[in-house]
Design a protein around this ligand. Structure first.
Ligand code: FAD
Ligand code: MG
Length: 581
């Protein structure tokens, strides 16, 4: 059973009565799933690798984050040699990074060495701790440089390339941000923030500063009211309230936390009730929430903002420490690659629905470094009509449509979303709707009518969010395709090809949203989870328990699960450690 499926099952008992004992039972049981990932079919392995004309294909994986690691874990077929290129030799469970910034969880508790993860695959996995400098799609190789002062640059050839390099923090080129802000993307970032918070408190406690200076030093500013910014603000507030306030009684009253958000509300990707709850909680907690406020400049002592309303009022104020969390941008190495494959005008690297990089062969991209460019129905409308109109009559009957509808819905998921929003059961209802009062069975559309029936469906297309959930599912999906490459070559399982004959080899990638959490501090959280009863929105203390259970069950290994739970218990009992190490 997959971890996600398990999570769905595991979280069921928590919907109404979350209890610590149940959490611990789940945590323990999920831990036993660790060994499921090894490739076990020795017979099949031997048959494949001992065939006389057998030559292994080399798969190069760039990156060991969510997407790369999930791909590596699931890639089980023995016909590949795997080479991993990544500047870090570990996987990091990023959703717990905000907890690492204040020591709720320790850094080493959320990481797992990649060599340990791939150890079971045997000797055909090579890992080089290096960064990819450039990709050469013509000669099928990547140029790399060791991050360890090794022997300089080297190149690696591939048969298949899997790009999973993630993204970088986006500063929007606002002056001074790069130089003065903390980012929260990597484990090192979280550790720097933790150290910096301690330093601010120790500095403020020095007798050499005036109260005015202390106010400035202890002014913590968070830019960006998305889930990461909000979670960090909540963690920081709890840290100050629960731990630092007691340890630094003389300076605690100088502490101020400000959260700046350019739009009108924080957490605006969540349900309105969650946004409202979070905003009210932050106000009660004394977090200064400034919405509609855009940062325009940062120096080492001051932040300048411009109000998006009120005539664009410009304000500057001093700060002690700033964390920048306003979203992600494309890495330079990916930008360079995009220019080589005819994607220079795009903002993000584009793939098709099978995660193949557009304009290339044998190159796949997944996770935060790429986006799926969903095919529009209107681009293919003539071909869809021709494919469906089997008798070449120039009109489409209900029967003709029904024969291709499964394939069409699989290839263009936006149609299904459109039908659902319009409360229609099938595409036949749409055909009927176009013809006004025509009787269902008698409906027959010509090409123009068919075009008009589907003219609105493309408005339902949405880019997938840059989340671990998406990256993880894409990694699993791609590994599954690689595992069944030969089988699906012989018996393709995808939808019919609209512009050519035959079928696509695989089904296109389809994202399944399992829900999202927003921890709000004070042992309260908000969640929007489709599987929860009612409309899926849950807020409060019980949601925080659901969060604990979900995040424990999603850990990459039994070891990290145990140490993370251990850290939570340690924090409950003794608080967070504020030593400046
Ligand atoms: P990453 O996980 O960022 O991995 C990229 C990998 O590429 C890394 O191993 C990196 O070292 C490597 N790399 C970088 N440059 C190179 C190079 N030049 N050559 C080779 N390798 C390179 N998502 C959720 O779904 N839920 C959450 O609760 C959540 N919380 C988050 C909290 C924080 C603080 C952050 C920062 C993110 C959070 N996310 C969350 C988002 C999630 O972490 C990302 O969407 C996810 O990490 C994307 O996976 P990825 O594999 O594409 O990239
Ligand atoms: Mg016909």
């Amino acid at each position: 059973m997959s971890y996600n499926a398990f999570f769905e099952k595991a979280s069921r008992p928590f919907r109404n009565y979350p209890k610590l004992s149940t959490v611990l039972v789940i945590v323990t049981v999920v831990g036993s799933g660790k060994g499921l990932l090894a490739y076990s079919d020795a017979k099949e392995y031997n048959a494949i690798v001992s065939a006389p004309d057998f030559k292994k294909k080399k798969v190069v994986v760039l990156g060991t984050g969510w997407a790369g690691t999930s791909f590596l874990k699931q890639l089980k077929h023995p016909s590949y040699d795997i080479e991993i290129i990544s500047p870090r030799n570990y996987f990091a469970f990023t959703p717990l990074l905000p907890s690492v910034t204040v020591g709720t969880v320790e850094a080493r508790s959320i990481v797992e060495p990649i060599r340990k993860i791939v150890r079971k695959k045997g000797s055909n996995v090579v890992l080089q701790e290096a960064e990819c400098l450039s990709i050469d799609p013509v000669n099928k190789k990547v140029n790399c440089r060791s991050t360890l002062n090794g022997k300089g640059e080297f190149s690696v050839e591939y048969d298949y390339l899997v790009i999973a390099m993630g993204a970088q923090s986006n500063t929007f080129n606002i002056p001074g941000v790069e130089e003065n802000a903390h980012f929260l993307k990597e484990v090192e970032d979280a550790l720097k923030i933790r150290r910096s918070i301690t330093d601010c408190f120790e500095k403020a406690a020095l007798s050499t500063f005036t109260d005015e200076e202390r106010k400035k030093i202890l002014h913590f500013v968070i830019v960006g009211g998305g889930p990461t910014g909000v979670e960090f603000a909540a963690e920081l507030h709890d840290y100050v309230h629960d731990d630092l306030g007691r340890l630094y009684p003389t300076v605690k009253d100088f502490v101020k936390i400000t959260l700046l958000e350019a739009t009108d509300h924080i957490l605006n990707m969540f349900d309105k009730r969650i946004t409202e709850f979070a905003e009210k909680k932050f106000q009660r907690d004394g977090i200064d929430l400034k919405t509609g406020s855009m940062v325009t400049k940062v120096t080492d002592t001051e932040i300048t903002t411009k109000a998006l309303k009120n005539g664009g009022e410009v304000t500057s104020f001093p700060y002690g420490m700033m964390v920048w969390s306003t979203g992600i941008g494309t890495r330079p190495v990916i930008r360079d690659f995009m220019s080589k494959v005819g994607q220079a005008n795009r903002r993000v690297l584009g793939t098709d629905e099978w995660l193949r990089v557009e304009g290339t062969r044998d190159i796949y991209a997944l996770g935060d470094c790429a986006t799926i460019v969903q095919r529009k129905v209107m681009e293919d409308i003539t071909e869809i009509f021709q494919k469906a109109d089997k008798d070449n009559s120039g009109t489409l009957t209900v029967k003709e449509m029904q024969e291709v509808v499964k394939d069409v819905l699989e290839r263009y998921p936006q149609i299904e979303i459109y039908l659902k929003n319009k409360k229609m059961k099938s595409i036949v209802d749409l055909m009927k709707d176009t013809k006004g009062d025509a009787k269902k069975e008698a409906v027959e559309l010509n090409i123009e009518e068919f075009r008009s029936a589907l003219s609105e469906v493309d408005t339902q297309m949405k880019n997938l969010p840059p989340t671990a959930q998406v990256a993880d599912q894409q990694g699993r999906y791609l590994a599954d395709c690689f595992n069944r490459m030969d089988k699906c070559e012989k018996t393709p399982e995808g939808p019919i090809r609209i512009r050519q004959d035959g079928r696509h080899r695989f089904k296109p990638f389809r994202y399944k949203h399992l829900g999202q959490f927003a921890p709000l501090g004070g042992e309260q959280a908000a969640a929007q989870i489709p599987q929860l009863p009612g409309d899926g929105v849950s807020i409060g203390h019980s949601t925080q328990w659901l969060w604990y259970s979900a995040y424990a069950s999603m850990q990459i290994s039994a070891r990290t699960r145990a140490v993370v739970v251990g850290d939570w218990i340690r924090r409950f009992m003794w608080g967070r450690d504020s030593s400046g190490i």
